[in-house]
Design a protein around this ligand. Structure first.
Ligand SMILES: O=C(CO)COP(=O)(O)O
Length: 251
C-alpha cells in the first residue's frame, strides 16, 4: 500500500529562541509540500514556542516518561508535551537508550503511554558498528524492535525509525542495499508481531546522516517511508531539500 512519507527532524540538544526563525521557514516549506507529513522534535524549552511558530506541521518531544507525573527529575510527560502544543514524540533514540540505560521494555512502556495519551510516536531502533561488522545487524535490530513495540499500537500513529548508530552524526550513510535489507526485515518483524494488515500501515523511516544530497537515493529504497534527520534539520536551507525530495517521491 502507499504510505504517506514522513520527514521528521530531531533537534537534540540544539536550539534557542533566536533559532525559531528556522522553524517558521520550515513551516512555510511544509505548507507548500502537503503531500508529505513534516515534524520537528524540539528540546523541551522550545516546544511551546515552536508549536506557535509552526502552524504548517507537527512539533514533538524527543522522549516521554510512561507515568502521568511524579518524582522523575529531568523527564517530561505525555500531557506536558500536549499542553505545549506537541503532537508526537520520539522514543528509544540510541542517545537516550545509552545515556539513561533504557531497556527495550522501558521503551515499549514509553511508546504505549504516548499512544494511549493521543500522541504520534517515532520508535527508534538501530545497531552499533560492532554488531554490523559481526554480521548480526538484522537479527539484533528486528529483535530490538519486537521487544520495544507496545501492545496493540494504532498503526496510523506509530512510525519506526531505523537509525544505525554508526551512521548518526558521522556523515556515513547506510547504503541502499543495507537500508533495503533492514527495512524489509523490519516490515517482516512488524507483520509477525502485529499482523500483516497492521504492519503495512506503519511507516519505517531511515535516520543517520540524511541530507539534501542523499535523500533522493534513500527515499527510492523499498519500504523507506521517510527520514528522521538530526543535523540537517537545524536549518531550513538544509532541511527543506529533504522535505522536497520526499514530496517528489509522493507525486
Ligand atoms: O540521530 C539522528 C536523528 O534522530 C540522526 O542524526 P544525524 O542526521 O545528525 O546523523
Amino acid at each position: 500500500m502507499a504510505r504517506r512519507m514522513l520527514v521528521a527532524g530531531n533537534w537534540k540538544m540544539h536550539g534557542l529562541g533566536a533559532d525559531l526563525g528556522e522553524v517558521t521557514m520550515i513551516s512555510m516549506a511544509a505548507e507548500k509540500n502537503r503531500r508529505v507529513d513534516t515534524a520537528l522534535c524540539m528540546p523541551a524549552t522550545l516546544l511551546h514556542r515552536a508549536a506557535a511558530a509552526a502552524p504548517g506541521f507537527d512539533i514533538g518531544g524527543q522522549d516521554v516518561h510512561p507515568e502521568k507525573g511524579g518524582a522523575h527529575t529531568g523527564e517530561i510527560s505525555v500531557d506536558m508535551i500536549k499542553d505545549a502544543g506537541g503532537a508526537l514524540t520520539i522514543v528509544g533514540h540510541s542517545e537516550r537508550r545509552e545515556a539513561c540505560g533504557q531497556s527495550d521494555g522501558d521503551i515499549a512502556a514509553r511508546a504505549a503511554a504516548a499512544l494511549s495519551g493521543g500522541l504520534h510516536v517515532i520508535l527508534c531502533v538501530g545497531e552499533s558498528l560492532d554488531v554490523r561488522e559481526a554480521g548480526n545487524a538484522v537479527e539484533r535490530v528486528t529483535s530490538q524492535l519486537k521487544a520495544s513495540l507496545p501492545a496493540d499500537p494504532d498503526p496510523n500513529r506509530l512510525a519506526i525509525a531505523y537509525e544505525p548508530i554508526w551512521a548518526i552524526g558521522t556523515g556515513k550513510v547506510a547504503g541502499p542495499e543495507e537500508i533495503g535489507e533492514m527495512h524489509s526485515a523490519l516490515r517482516g518483524a512488524l507483520s509477525e508481531s502485529l499482523g500483516a494488515e497492521c504492519a503495512d500501515k506503519v511507516r519505517i523511516l531511515y535516520g543517520g546522516s540524511v541530507n539534501g544530497d542523499n535523500a533522493e537515493t534513500i527515499f527510492a529504497v523499498d519500504n523507506v517511508d521517510g527520514a528522521l534527520v538530526g543535523g540537517a534539520s537545524l536549518s531550513a536551507a538544509k532541511f527543506v531539500p529533504i522535505i522536497e525530495a520526499a514530496s517528489a517521491r509522493s507525486v
